[in-house]
Design a binder for this molecule. Structure first.
Ligand code: GDP
Length: 334
């Protein structure tokens, strides 16, 4: 079920008590059953769904029983409506809690003008890291910050080209090596020669590249330096080793995990593995415009106690929305 459908299904579940004057425990259970089914179909983690159900029930049931007792004594005829509002509010609050680590998490870093700050992007290949780097650069640029991009992905063929194309389109300075490890393995010297002539960066060590790039842009007094790292395909130990080395080298002010919104139940484990290795301080969930269920990525917030700061809503430069838990859930519920 895609994210937009989740809101509709949740609303339907809540509306199912419409017209009932008395809402008792079985009626509440029926609503919660439909809510849980919708959340599970959207890939929200099963333990979180259970926690959500238990908390809503714990909060709402005593109040429903109190209302019923009053009704029995000739109380308010509007009990059904009141109960519905109560259930709606409790579910809304739980959904907000699902995407909001609240005060228990350190606030996500917010770059300011006048000093060089480094943001390092991590995530699996295909999650949308490179695209999001440029979107983020454009976002900060529009806020008047001087932004630059560094491509530390020497693993994937074409990674530098992709970042370069995006950066040129966004008019953001960039730094990287055209020569990737798989290119070197291919033994193709012609491109290497051209690459050397064009860029004079023949470095293939991602740690050196990121350090050089960050040092260069720091010296040029850029406010925000965004470093795109390699993603590879799976959570491999080399990937994590490399990530940790880059992190130790460039000492980023914030590390951001980029998570594919369509990733499903695997998101929790993936986020935890990245958290253990990089202790990222913020999450960006991509591809929430398409057929992404979103629930898996959303569950990563709870798994890592880390806030989502932006969501990706398309392939274009400006398809990046600031994320705030309450407006997000309000919009979803319509
Ligand atoms: P990387 O391997 O993590 O660097 O991923 P890329 O940035 O290359 O993105 C992989 C694919 O996802 C590309 O086709 C992007 O255009 C696409 N993509 C990235 N973010 C979004 C998004 O928010 N919405 C949609 N629809 N596509 C996205």
């Amino acid at each position: 079920m895609v994210l937009q459908d989740l809101g509709r299904r949740l609303n339907q579940a809540i509306q199912s008590v419409n017209g009932q004057t008395t809402i008792d425990e079985p009626a509440l259970d029926a609503v919660l059953k439909s809510v849980c089914a919708a959340l599970l179909e959207s890939d929200v983690n099963v333990l979180l769904v259970k926690r959500c159900r238990d908390r809503v029930k714990q909060l709402v049931l005593p109040q429903l029983e109190e209302m019923q007792a009053k009704q029995g004594q000739g109380g308010d005829a509007m009990q059904g409506n009141k109960a519905k509002q109560l259930i709606h509010k409790a579910i809304y609050d739980e959904l907000v809690a699902l995407v909001d680590p609240g005060d228990s998490a350190p606030p996500a870093f917010n770059p300011v003008k006048g000093k060089s700050q480094v943001i390092m992007m991590v995530g699996l290949q295909g999650a949308g890291k490179t695209t999001t780097c440029t979107k983020l650069a454009t976002h900060y640029q529009r806020r008047g910050l001087k932004v630059a991009l560094v491509c530390a992905d020497t693993f994937r063929a074409g990674a530098f080209d992709q970042l370069k194309q995006n950066a040129v389109r966004a008019k953001v300075p960039f730094f990287g090596s055209l020569i990737t490890l798989d290119f070197l393995a291919s033994g193709n010297r012609t491109l290497m020669h051209n690459a050397h002539m064009m860029y004079s960066y023949t470095e293939t060590d991602p740690v050196s590249i990121s350090l050089q790039g960050v040092q260069k842009f720091r010296a040029e007094r850029f406010d925000v330096i965004i470093v795109d790292t390699s993603g590879r395909h799976r959570q491999e130990s080399e990937l994590f080793d490399e990530m940790v080395q880059i992190q130790e080298g460039i000492e980023p002010d914030m590390t951001v995990l980029v998570l594919d919104g369509a990733i499903g139940q695997a998101a929790q484990d993936q986020a935890r593995a990245f958290k253990d290795a990089s202790n990222f301080g913020a999450i960006i969930v991509t591809k929430l415009d398409g057929h992404a269920k979103g629930g898996g990525a959303i569950s990563a917030v709870a798994a890592t106690n880390t806030p989502i700061i932006f969501i990706g809503t398309g392939e274009h430069l400006h398809d990046l929305e600031k994320f705030s838990p309450q407006p997000f859930i309000s919009k979803m519920l319509g």
